[in-house]
Design a protein around this ligand. Structure first.
Ligand SMILES: [Ca+2]
Length: 237
């Protein structure tokens, strides 16, 4: 039978044991403090994005909207470049919501005029880390894209005198968190690269000195896909 009471136990711990126990606690605390100090510094930085879009875009970083084209899409010939500065951390997922102008759900523009047409999109972007001055991302075929809005599904309606009735369209909403790190890539495809001539670049495009690696991109259909998401992820340098 055990007769020692628990109360008596601490009294029997030798002084050296208490001292070394304290030393261990202090050493542990110091070790964890130095481990924290040894972590890489927070990889937050400010970035500058330069974007040109036919016709409009919004820019996202790690799931947050950080800027958009200041010229409304409804502006006739809203071709302009934009420069947006934002703060974010690595790993950095950059997202673009790009919209080609359409007058309504038909997917057409200049409806009722002799210029009634389907129209096309196109976007190019480059992003610089302001801490290093280096370009850390450019749009190219490695970006992923998801089509949100497509119209007309029946391009022959382009000559219709009543496009809102005759033109068919399809639209889905952007998946929640689509521009967050690790977002699902279900349904996403590789972006398609287009030449300046294919997009028909206009005002604003030449205002920016594009990195030679930066390409005009869109989904696989420059004409019928009217709202597309584009994204890429950048690891910490
Ligand atoms: Ca357009």
């Amino acid at each position: 039978m055990i007769t020692h009471s628990w109360k008596a136990w601490p009294a029997r711990i030798p002084q050296y044991a208490v001292a070394s126990g304290l030393a261990l606690i202090v050493a542990t605390a110091m070790a964890s403090a130095s481990a924290e100090a040894g972590q890489p510094a927070a990889t937050t930085s400010t970035f500058t994005a330069e974007v040109w879009a036919d016709n409009w875009f919004a820019l996202y970083a790690n799931g947050k909207k950080v800027g958009e084209d200041s010229v409304p899409i409804t502006t006739e010939r809203s071709f302009n470049s934009a420069t947006i500065t934002f703060t974010a951390s690595y790993p950095l997922t950059i997202g673009l919501m790009a919209k080609d102008y359409t007058e309504n759900a038909s997917g057409l523009e200049y409806i009722g005029t002799d210029r009634q047409q389907i129209g096309d999109g196109g976007i190019i972007a480059q992003v610089r880390d302001n801490k290093t001055g280096k370009t850390i991302s450019v749009t190219n075929g490695s970006w992923q894209t998801l089509v949100l809005s497509k119209a007309p599904l029946n391009p022959s309606c382009v000559s219709s005198s009543n496009p809102t009735v005759d033109c068919k369209s399809s639209t889905i909403t952007a998946p929640a968190g689509w521009s967050k790190n690790g977002a699902s890539s279900k349904g996403w495809k590789s972006a398609s690269v287009y030449t300046p001539a294919q997009v028909g670049v206009k005002e604003g495009y030449a205002m920016i000195t594009w990195d030679p690696a930066a390409k005009l991109v869109w989904s696989s259909d420059l004409e019928l896909d009217n709202t597309v998401l584009l994204r890429t992820s950048v690891k910490a340098p």
